[in-house]
Write a protein that binds this ligand. Structure first.
Ligand code: SAM
Length: 429
């Protein structure tokens, strides 16, 4: 253990217990033989150093350093690190536990340039998230019997660790961050509040030139995303042909709808649920008001007021079919997006159509973004769809830090990555 990130000597009696100390030491030494018997005890794979917050995964990753060794030695060393991490994951180590530096084991591996170890964390995250998905969601169900509650609490604990609500779709996420604006008490209140669909749809909105904000100043939609919307339209409608049938879920600032409208579609349907957005759409200066509705055959250009969960079944009943469907809501978790492409898209999308969605899951933490990208790909595959990813650069540096530049007045900097992975999904075969 050449560079321990946790002090061991003399700490047995002050805070860090001997069990934790021993496990972290063995993990750090990549001593699988010594670790194995200890890991049979439930919970031991995810003990944490009270000072650094290091779990055995953090310790195993931090202790692996390449560099001066000869190649052969290097190979042995990385293999030892890998088997330690593998053993830890098999024994229930949690992929997204945070240390005191606000890093998951994956974040640490990435920062140290350990790509292979990083990938192991991503794979473990994908396995865990797929399992959570199979177990039916992420919410703690109050009032359920104790056994179920226990499972849900564990799930919630894991889901809450990093990357927001582990499944929040689009422009939302619950990770707690310092707020940049507002008096301290209000800030604390807002900080604690978790975005959810019902509260969002009942909340007041603020429209500015560059953003649409909810009551807690969460960015529902922001102008910096215009490039992403542009690329989405260009890839969903290659060559921007007129006469296509388009369905967009979530009007927001109308950025993508303006681009869709410019292509002169045969059908342009927009589903929007928030009363304030709907009210804005009805104002005399709205581009999507009466004039727009009447500029095509009846029912072809239409705002469907309501939640997509209520409107889509009606569209299915009416036999509507679209060439392009885009999905970008707010305040909903991943289960909703999954439900949408599993249950709704197959009925509404033309056999040769294209499906796109705002890929913002876990976008404030690379490892989470990579995990959710893979989860969504696997779920799309199960729903009979292939997905192609196109990388779009995001000028995060220019956009500023938390509370600065683009993020001024916005509760949370929900995007921190340099690359947006733009999905275009089509039916298989
Ligand atoms: C991120 S914005 C969409 C931004 C849009 N892509 C644009 O280019 O401006 C999300 C929108 O989805 C709406 N929304 C949220 N939940 C919804 C639901 N269940 N059904 C329909 N619309 C919903 C919100 O009110 C908001 O207007």
């Amino acid at each position: 253990m050449d560079d321990p990130a946790f002090a061991l000597e003399g700490e047995g009696s002050e805070g860090i217990d001997i069990n934790t100390q021993t496990i972290l030491l063995h993990a750090s030494n990549h001593d699988v033989a010594a670790l194995k018997p200890l890991l049979r005890i439930p919970g031991n794979a995810s003990v944490q150093d009270p000072e650094t917050g290091f779990t055995p995964l953090h310790a195993a990753i931090a202790a692996y350093k390449d560099g001066d060794r000869v190649e052969e030695e290097e190979e042995v060393n990385i293999e030892k690190a890998k088997s330690t991490i593998e053993e830890l994951f098999f024994s229930g180590a949690i992929w997204n536990d945070l240390d005191k530096n606000d890093e998951t084991p994956g974040c640490l591996a990435w920062r140290l340039g350990q790509k292979e170890l990083y990938q192991m964390c991503v794979n473990a995250g994908v396995r865990a998230e797929m399992l959570l998905g199979l177990m039916g969601g992420y919410e703690v169900l109050a009032g359920e019997d104790s056994e179920e509650e226990e499972i849900d609490v564990e799930v919630e604990a894991e889901a809450d660790n990093a990357g927001g609500e582990n499944g929040a779709n689009g422009h939302t996420n619950t990770e707690e961050h310092e707020l940049a604006v507002g008096p301290a008490e209000e800030v604390l209140e807002a900080e604690k509040r978790v975005v959810n669909s019902e509260d969002y749809l009942n909340s007041n909105l603020t429209f500015t030139d560059t953003a649409l904000l909810d009551e807690d100043s969460n960015g529902v939609m922001m102008a910096w995303e215009t490039d992403i919307m542009r690329r989405s339209v260009d890839l969903l409608l290659p060559g921007l042909p007129p006469g296509k049938r388009i369905l967009n879920i979530g009007f927001g600032m109308g950025i993508i709808d303006r681009m869709f409208a410019d292509t002169k579609p045969a059908t342009h349907h927009i589903i929007e649920a928030h009363p304030a957005v709907l009210a804005k759409l009805q104002q005399p200066d709205s581009e999507f008001g009466e004039k727009w509705t009447q500029s095509a055959e009846e029912g072809r250009y239409k705002i469907h007021a309501g939640k997509w969960q209520d409107v889509c079944p009606l569209l299915l009943q009416a036999g509507e079919v679209y060439d392009v469907i885009y999905f970008d809501t707010f305040g909903e978790d991943y289960s909703q997006l999954k439900y949408f492409f599993t249950e709704i898209v197959p009925g509404l999308l033309d056999a040769d159509g294209k499906f796109g969605f705002f890929n913002g899951l876990g976008a404030d933490r690379r490892v989470c973004y990579d995990v959710y990208g893979k989860v969504v790909e696997l779920d799309l595959c199960e729903a009979g769809m292939d997905v192609e990813w196109v990388d779009v650069e995001v000028p995060v540096e220019e956009m500023g830090k938390e509370g600065e530049g683009e993020w001024k007045g916005v509760r949370r900097r929900y995007w921190t990555l340099e690359v947006y992975r733009l999905p275009v999904a089509t039916f298989m075969g």
